[in-house]
Design a protein around this ligand. Structure first.
Ligand code: PCA
Length: 214
């Protein structure tokens, strides 16, 4: 059994639901074969979210860690390639903090790559019938913060753990005015089951082009 820690976030920015937590719960409740999954909900607060993640990793001792977050406006499942060492918040987090241009780990590397097989993950989600892509920026808000903290923990203490970050679209009920794309939680959960299976079973990534021109 591969042990998987799946995290989602509490709602933020005035919303009353965050699809990342809804999907994490669904997937943990009905995991794909061969995976033992635990779901943890993280605060949408700089610093605190990283502490909660580190605690969950130490308690559960996972083989694979995937953190989920909402990227409102995206049409597909975005498998993040890189976490960067900067907090630069355009809005307040849930504790009213708004760091600007602060390093997440002072003297840490500028960036870490995901250690998930990102292209195999994208391929697996598409195979499951759900749109997906490699994303080359997780932003500079709490999602990137948690992603960087996870990769720093792995790089410094847990070299055998595979970890990464996935952004998902808004829920249909968050997009009823038609102004942005959306994905039902059940469909995103179906995609995540395929993604986690790929993450657990592909020792190396696929070598296929998924780059972007910007
Ligand atoms: N999305 C935000 C933070 C929490 C979430 O679900 C982000 O993309 O940074």
């Amino acid at each position: 059994m591969t042990r998987v820690l799946l995290t989602g976030f509490e709602p933020f920015d005035g919303a009353d639901v965050n699809p990342s937590w809804e999907v994490a719960r669904l997937v943990a409740a009905t995991p794909p074969e061969g995976l033992l999954i635990t779901a943890t909900r993280l605060s949408c607060v700089f610093g605190r979210a990283a502490d909660e993640l580190r605690t969950a990793v130490r308690e559960f001792a996972p083989d694979v860690v995937v953190s989920l977050g909402l990227w409102s406006g995206r049409p597909d499942v975005c498998v993040e390639r890189v976490a960067i060492n900067v907090d630069d918040a355009r809005t307040f987090d849930n504790a009213g903090r708004q760091p600007v241009d602060q390093p997440i780990v002072p003297d840490g590397p500028a960036a870490y790559f995901s250690t998930l097989p990102v292209k195999a993950c994208v391929a697996a989600v598409r195979e499951a019938g759900v749109p997906a892509s490699v994303s080359n920026s997780a932003g500079t808000f709490v999602c990137n913060h948690v992603f960087y903290a996870l990769m720093h923990l792995i790089a410094t203490e847990l070299p055998t753990v595979r970890g990464g970050f996935v952004h998902i679209p808004a829920l249909p009920e968050q997009a009823l005015d038609g102004s942005k794309p959306s994905l039902p939680a059940s469909v995103a959960a179906h995609a995540l089951r395929a993604l986690l299976t790929a993450a657990a079973t592909h020792p190396t990534d696929l070598r296929i082009p998924e780059g972007a021109t910007r």
